[in-house]
Design a protein around this ligand. Structure first.
Ligand code: DOR
Ligand code: ZN
Length: 432
């Protein structure tokens, strides 16, 4: 492969710097003139370590009408991601070594982002028997994170056993915190808006009660727990206290919970239906502050593509979930102070370094230094773009940001030194 020279990129903490890439790794960082290298003019562009998503629904196997590993990772690359963790709620469920190996292989074949499968905690996500956690951990996919996402691991005995099991090999459980008895029939956040609209509510305590319980179980077992899509102010309090005691707790927040509120449900447009639901303005403010402070470690998309018929229907019949990969960077910038005020180092921490550490993806979330894999993205901090659903790389169209003008564009993404996105466009040739 020819050397690649990134010219005059804005490096975090360094200012305008050149970066030389050779054989998929960073070879040199500084003021470089390299004859014969392919050169990318990055003047005015910020270089970030490639974004890492802890929470992506790729839908393959089983719902290839909504997304495939190929289309989902193309969307990821376009959003500046170099690695995504694929949730286990596929059909069949990723609860065996065979399925997680299949998903990882599809990711390698696609070549747009590293795909790290997440294994199910329970067989069929049914919450009854532990899945083949050990077999998935020791498979070629080397699964470290396990989640029944979409469902809560509601049985405390099952959760205890799962925590004890993953502790033996340094793994972790990612919990979708939703006490199922408290959310039966729920359609949106429980509060003034749900009362007005007459829709059954999803009370914040259903999330908080499980987070409180699981913090205690994690402390009792000494295992690691991660909380998916934290959405309420009280959840933040509980996590802050747990961290202060030294519990091995990490947490993520989704872009939509950092921007949108339950007021959106007044439209009755199911594009705003998501689980956990959009909350109140006061929750949004607390989540933003917690992300800035680090009580919440990472932004994770919960990219949840759905086929048209599952979204363009009445609210109660619609599936929960929204697209996230192609808009997450822009929304994160908005949530962390806007394009003029954003601290790029903090942004890199929450969208790349921290999620890479949580998932154990050592080749990702690394700032450019000689020797590290060349997984990075170039963003234009001054540009804006308008979200046009038809233009998205995802196979699905369920974005809540259609027509919105958002800050910051991804100009290029590099995976092991190879462009997956260049000049804002997906590269069609990705074979290494
Ligand atoms: O909104 C959601 N969609 N929340 C989940 O927990 C699952 C996800 C999905 O799979 O569509
Ligand atoms: Zn979930």
């Amino acid at each position: 492969m020819t050397d690649l020279l990134i010219k005059s990129a804005d490096l975090i903490g360094k200012g305008r710097t050149d970066v030389l890439v050779r054989d998929g790794r960073i070879a040199e960082v500084g003021s470089i003139s390299a004859k014969g290298a392919d050169t990318v003019d990055a003047d005015g562009l910020v270089l970030l370590p490639g974004l890492v998503d802890l929470h992506t629904h790729l839908r393959e196997p089983g719902r290839e009408d909504a997304e495939t590993v190929l289309t989902g990772t193309r969307a990821a690359a376009k959003g500046g991601y170099t690695a995504v963790c694929a949730m286990a709620n596929s059909y069949p469920v990723a609860d065996t070594a065979g399925v997680v190996e299949q998903v990882a292989a599809l990711g390698r074949a696609a070549g747009y982002a590293d795909v790290q499968p997440i294994g199910a905690v329970s067989v069929g996500l049914e919450g009854k028997r532990l899945a083949e956690i050990g077999a998935m951990a020791h498979s070629a996919a080397e699964v470290r994170m396990f989640s029944d996402d979409g469902h809560c691991v509601a049985d405390p005995v099952l959760m205890r056993r799962a925590l004890e099991y993953v502790k033996t090999f340094g793994g972790l459980i990612a919990q979708h915190a939703e006490e199922p008895r408290l959310t039966e029939g729920a359609q949106m956040n429980e509060g003034a808006v749900s009362a007005e609209l007459g829709l059954p509510g999803w009370p914040s305590v259903a999330e908080e009660a499980i987070i409180a319980r699981d913090v205690l179980l994690a402390e009792y077992t000494g295992a690691r727990i991660h909380f998916c899509h934290v959405s309420t102010a009280r959840s933040v309090d509980i996590i802050r206290e747990a961290k202060a005691r030294g519990a091995k707790v990490t947490a993520e927040v989704c872009p939509h919970h950092l921007l949108l509120t339950d007021e959106a449900a007044r439209s009755y447009d199911p594009v705003y239906k998501v689980n956990p639901p959009l909350r109140r303005e006061a929750d949004v403010a607390v989540l933003r502050a917690a992300l800035a402070e680090g009580v919440i470690d990472a932004v994770a998309t919960d990219h949840a593509p759905h086929a048209l018929q599952d979204k363009q229907c009445e609210w109660a019949a619609a599936r929960p979930g929204m697209l996230g990969l192609e808009t997450a960077l822009s929304i994160s910038v908005l949530a962390l102070g806007g394009p003029a005020g954003v601290d790029w180092d903090l942004l890199a921490e929450r969208t790349s370094r921290a999620p890479a550490r949580i998932a154990g993806l050592e080749a990702h979330g690394r700032d450019p230094r000689p020797g590290v894999e060349a997984n990075f993205t170039l963003v234009d901090p001054a540009a804006t773009w308008t979200v046009v659903p038809e233009d998205l790389a995802s196979l699905s169209r369920n974005t809540p940001y259609a027509g919105m003008e958002l800050p910051v564009t991804v100009q290029a993404t590099f995976l092991r030194g190879r462009a997956t996105v260049l000049n804002g466009k997906i590269e069609e040739e990705t074979t290494e």
